[in-house]
Design a protein around this ligand. Structure first.
Ligand SMILES: [Cu+2]
Length: 207
């Protein structure tokens, strides 16, 4: 797998322009200071752009977060900790999953050598994904799962605390993520639901 095949990230960051208004002179003007609106909007659209034709992932961008548009995995920090919810999920091949930041600061990334030199814990040949770090509520990252099998993923700042998840696409298929997860931190190992549990329950809530 070549380097260009890894997720390409595109950041669209618009920062409100800080207008510097200098009032020269010291006339008898009403002391009305120019109010600077520091409106700061950070929008990120991440797309996974394939550079090879084989098993082409589609990229969609939707702003809605209603479940009617497909499965949502929420990213949360509350009194139960930091976690993905659900942390285990079964979807059909071709499904776009939306990761939505609900509270706290989180990211979502597939366990893949392209991501922080991590272990490979998604199907061989499947496209990895990696989001930026989200701080805004309702920030959304989407990934479309084309290849059948088991995908393990993590939140970069909370992996050590066990913020990980597992998505089964179609049938488990016996890929890398069906092996014992001894290559990830202990808390992450404990938090990952068993493949059999996910398959039988279809959805396993976090934390
Ligand atoms: Cu997190």
């Amino acid at each position: 797998m070549n380097e260009n095949q890894s997720s390409r990230r595109r950041f669209v960051v618009s920062v409100g322009t800080a207008a510097l208004v200098g009032l020269a002179g010291c006339g008898a003007q009403q002391g009305e200071s120019a109010q600077t609106s520091t409106q700061q909007t950070t929008t990120q659209t991440e797309t996974t752009t394939p550079t090879e034709a084989a098993d082409t992932p589609t990229t969609t961008q939707k702003s809605s977060k209603s479940d009617a548009d497909g499965p949502v995995v929420e990213m949360k920090t509350d009194n139960e900790g930091s976690y993905f919810d659900p942390k285990g999920l079964v979807v059909e091949p071709g499904t776009t999953v939306r990761f939505v930041n609900i509270s706290g600061t989180h990211s979502t990334a597939a366990y893949h050598p392209d991501n922080d030199d991590g272990p490979l814990r998604i199907p061989d040949g499947a496209d990895p994904w990696k989001s930026k770090l989200f701080t805004d509520t309702d920030a959304v990252f989407e990934h479309t799962f084309e290849t059948e099998g088991v995908y393990d993923f993590y939140c970069a700042p909370h992996e050590m605390l066990g913020m990980v998840g597992r998505i089964v696409v179609g049938e488990p298929q016996g890929g890398p993520a069906t092996e014992s997860p001894t290559d990830i931190p202990p808390a992450a190992q404990e938090s990952l639901p068993a493949v059999e549990t996910i398959v039988s329950e279809q959805r396993v809530s976090g934390p």
